[in-house]
Design a binder for this molecule. Structure first.
Ligand SMILES: [Zn+2]
Ligand SMILES: [Zn+2]
Length: 259
């Protein structure tokens, strides 16, 4: 414990010295970051470009720009989702999956150390913590990646995302609750109405049911399109005993955008 304490402060001191000698730049626009941002990779302007206001997206499905009268607080959802039934009770997003946020998420997929992903998770928490706490989650579960895809990519971003949320909210992160039972074709190759069938039966609950029983779960992923993948994972968790499942994602794609 003493070793960890000393290590933390020595590392912190060395990073401070390094920042003074060579100030870090914003990963997106390359402008120098001030010392306030030393724990972030992006400047204020670039952060703003990636974030949508809480009032711009549907809290039921995460879609941006289809709000009905009553806006964000309309419990029926938006014009995109009001006729749909979901296994999850709500969605929290950081922003629209386009332009800068899209580039960052794509870069994240090859960031083996998870530095970008952890940083984005901290950005997410800095603007959405209250929203997440409102759902009173008991535990965090990342959407699992099939081992074939993980082998080729080597990075599973939802794990970094889940760990950061778990640390901030001080709730357990359950990495082994869900398992991908089969390889699924990427959702963007399919028509919207085929996406729900594509992921049907793609997950299994492999954790201890007594740890899930009656719990409110926060399910995290990096991108959400139609919600088919999250919906299937939420169905499995609820069948295994979860009281409710809410979703948190960085980016919400709109219709036919290719991840
Ligand atoms: Zn910038
Ligand atoms: Zn909606």
């Amino acid at each position: 414990m003493v070793y960890n304490f000393v290590k933390k402060y020595i590392y912190g001191f060395l990073f401070d010295v390094a920042d003074l000698i060579c100030p870090p730049n914003c990963l997106a626009c390359q402008k120098p970051l001030d010392r306030v941002h030393k724990k972030h990779l992006f400047c204020d302007l670039c952060c703003e470009k990636m974030i949508v206001s809480l009032w711009e997206y549907c809290p039921r499905c995460g879609a941006i720009g289809f709000l009905m009268p009553g806006g964000h607080s309309n419990k029926d959802g938006c014009f995109e989702c009001w006729q749909q039934t979901f296994q999850f009770s709500g969605v929290t997003i950081l922003g629209k999956y386009s332009e800068l946020l899209r580039l960052v998420i794509l870069r994240m997929k090859h960031d083996r150390d998870g530095i970008i992903s952890s940083n984005m998770a901290r950005l997410f928490m800095s603007v959405r913590e209250q929203e997440l706490r409102h759902g009173t989650p008991d535990l965090v579960v990342p959407i699992p990646m099939h081992f074939v895809r993980r082998f080729f990519r080597g990075v599973n971003n939802p794990i970094f995302f889940a760990k950061e949320i778990g640390t901030e909210l001080k709730i357990p992160v359950c990495l082994n609750f869900l398992h991908r039972t089969r390889y699924t074709e990427p959702q963007f190759n399919l028509k919207p109405n085929h996406r729900f069938n594509n992921v049907r039966g793609a997950f299994a609950f492999v954790g201890r049911k007594e740890l899930l029983a009656g719990k409110h779960v926060l399910l995290v992923d990096d991108i959400m399109t139609t919600g088919a993948t999250c919906n299937e994972a939420a169905r499995v968790l609820r069948e295994a005993g979860a009281a409710s499942v809410r979703i948190a994602v960085y980016g919400r794609t709109m219709k036919e955008e290719k991840p």
